[in-house]
Write a protein that binds this ligand. Structure first.
Ligand SMILES: Cc1ncc(COP(=O)(O)O)c(C=O)c1O
Length: 427
């Protein structure tokens, strides 16, 4: 390595937590209202306003949001839902929990999102819904998905775990279909530690999700300990324990206030990486498509050992040795033994997802990152790939500063400001 190894480990996906949410949590603690209460209600209202959705219900995870959306859509045993093999297991498990059968449609090799042509090939008389994932924050082709859903009378349940800020031709992710399901897990663009949200256009669906999220207890149960006096509750169906706590919402309210500011920081890092790696023998993410807004949740590169001289996992080891945490989003779903055993899927049945899953690495891309962190990541990536690729015809080393276009250098200077600012704000 040409540069010295940093002292502390750069944790992948560390959230940018600031004083405002710390104070809000402290306030919740002091008020002793820890469970579902006024802060959850405010977070729901704020989220609805941000997304321009009609109704929002806060839950304890996106997995819960997906599960309840499927149930409320009236989908269950005997029904099929078409989804992507390039996702987190939660997407598939939620379908299984609802008693339905997941059916996979391969992804487009460039966008890495579900391929609409493939969806059409998988539709049967049992198909009831499409469950797209806006992978890494890049929107799926929603025009095509709406068209298919309309022609075959299918529901659309969007997995928006990566896509709080995502837009497709003016349509905000999660608002144009039947349900939009969001995650506020630690590494997500808006974080509450653990947490999720469903948005929907129908009041009755939101009300049923709320009931199912708390044991199937009637609506008033959420307020049964308030100062307006004890209220008896009625269990109207067999629900779950999926509600969000005020303690979580206290974090989310302030995270959401900074959602756009944090998006800009991640975009700067994303652009910086794009320029810094432009001459490396790796596949970089495609630029966002016209008329869309990428949420810049993940920055992924594809390591092809034939071109780079080292495997994806050797690259990950190299990053770890250099104290950089990275992620893999994702091994394709059929690589996991449970799904192979249960559904008979083979990775080779979904070749695009398989190849991406075997080559992909996510580099740190959090609003918490300073420009020094991002530069260190870029230098390390370049060093690792340079060491192995030297001597290979495909690789021509160019001094890094020489490949950075002027606008990116300006971006870095601006980023340096935000690095300093965010540090002082954290004090
Ligand atoms: C694509 C996708 N779907 C669903 C989930 C589940 O989210 P949660 O952890 O909030 O249940 C995740 C979480 O990482 C995800 O990345």
């Amino acid at each position: 390595m040409t540069h010295s190894v940093r002292k502390d480990f750069l944790v992948f996906g560390e959230p940018a937590i600031e004083d405002a949410e710390i104070q809000e949590v402290v306030e919740s603690m002091k008020s002793c209202w820890l469970g579902t209460g006024p802060k959850v209600a405010r977070f729901e209202r704020d989220f609805c306003t941000y997304k321009g959705g009609s109704y929002a219900v806060a839950l304890n995870s996106c997995t819960a949001a997906l599960h309840l959306s499927i149930l409320v859509a009236g989908i269950g045993p005997g029904d099929e839902i078409i989804t992507t093999p390039m996702t987190f297991s939660a997407t598939i498990n939620a379908i299984i929990h609802a008693g339905a059968t997941p059916v996979l449609a391969d992804v487009d090799p460039v966008t890495m999102n579900i391929d609409p042509d493939n969806i059409e090939e998988k539709i049967t008389h049992r198909t009831r819904a499409i469950l797209p994932v806006h992978l890494a924050g890049r929107p799926c082709n929603l025009d095509r998905l709406h068209d298919i859903a309309e022609r075959y009378s299918l529901k659309i349940i969007e997995d928006c775990a990566h896509s709080v800020e995502t837009e497709y031709k003016g349509e905000k992710a999660g608002t144009g279909g039947d349900f939009g399901c969001f995650s506020f897990y630690v590494t997500k663009n808006v974080s509450t530690g653990e947490g999720g949200m469903v948005i929907t256009r129908r009041e009755e669906d939101a009300a049923r999700i709320k009931t199912l999220a708390l044991h199937g207890m009637s609506k008033d149960a959420w307020h049964r300990f308030s100062d307006s006096g004890y209220k008896h509750y009625q269990v109207v169906e067999c629900g779950f324990k999926y509600n969000m706590m005020d303690l979580q919402a206290a974090i989310g309210i302030h995270q959401l206030m900074r959602v756009e500011q944090n998006w800009r920081k991640r975009k700067e890092i994303w652009d910086f990486y794009q320029a810094a790696f432009s001459d490396l023998p790796v596949k970089l993410p495609a630029e966002p498509e016209k008329d869309t807004r990428h949420a810049y949740h993940l920055y992924t590169i594809l390591i092809d050992s034939v071109r780079t001289g080292l495997s994806r996992d050797q690259f990950i080891d190299g990053m770890t040795r250099n104290k950089i945490g990275v992620g893999v989003h994702y091994l394709s779903i059929p690589e996991h033994p449970y799904y192979r055993k249960t559904f008979g899927w083979q990775p080779t049945d979904y070749p695009n997802a398989m190849q991406i899953g075997r080559q992909t690495v996510s580099l740190p891309l959090s609003a918490k990152l300073t420009i020094e962190d991002a530069s260190y990541v870029a230098d390390t990536v370049r060093s690792l790939l340079k060491e192995k690729s030297l001597g290979r015809k495909a690789y021509i080393e160019t001094p890094r500063t020489a490949i950075l276009p002027e606008n990116i250098r300006t971006t870095i200077d601006k980023s340096r400001d935000w690095a300093v600012n965010s540090r002082s704000a954290n004090l």
